[in-house]
Design a protein around this ligand. Structure first.
Ligand SMILES: [Zn+2]
Length: 142
């Protein structure tokens, strides 16, 4: 049973994600959160910005080569993939039907969504698939 209830993110890392989302607007941005699992908490140690190869305002797919390189690098540093983030331009940070489908492929990682309007991030939410259900995770900015 998945016990994770919280995603911990340093302010500086969240700032990096926000900048990525604003810079990519009106397209979706995406990236990886590398870090550690500690009982109920996923602790982010590094944010890796990826290129959205779909270059779309409503969908994302991370550049596969970059993802492989990130895994390799993180593995060497003793880190795991603990989350995937992406932006929702002009819509709420809710799980879309497409998100829900992709989440099934990543059952143990946090799904962080930031809602972005023209010049700033206006919302953020994190989710995780637990026992086939999408549940919210608390976000702790440290
Ligand atoms: Zn989405």
């Amino acid at each position: 049973v998945e016990k994770i209830v919280k995603l911990a993110l340093k302010r500086a890392d969240f700032e990096k994600i926000k900048q990525h989302a604003v810079r990519s607007y009106p397209k979706e941005c995406c990236g990886l959160l590398m870090g550690r699992r500690d009982r109920e908490i996923l602790e982010t140690k590094e944010v890796i910005q990826a290129e959205n190869v779909l270059n779309s305002p409503i969908a994302f797919e991370a550049d596969a080569e970059l993802v492989l390189k990130a895994f390799d690098k993180a593995g060497k540093a003793g880190l795991d993939l603990i989350g995937i983030y992406h932006s929702h331009p002009n819509i709420h940070a809710c799980v879309s039907g497409r998100d829900a489908e992709i989440m099934k492929l990543w059952p143990r990682v946090a799904w962080l969504i930031v809602s972005v309007s023209k010049e700033r991030v206006v919302g953020r939410k994190a989710y995780m698939l637990k026992g086939g259900k999408i549940e919210k995770l608390e976000i702790a900015a440290t």
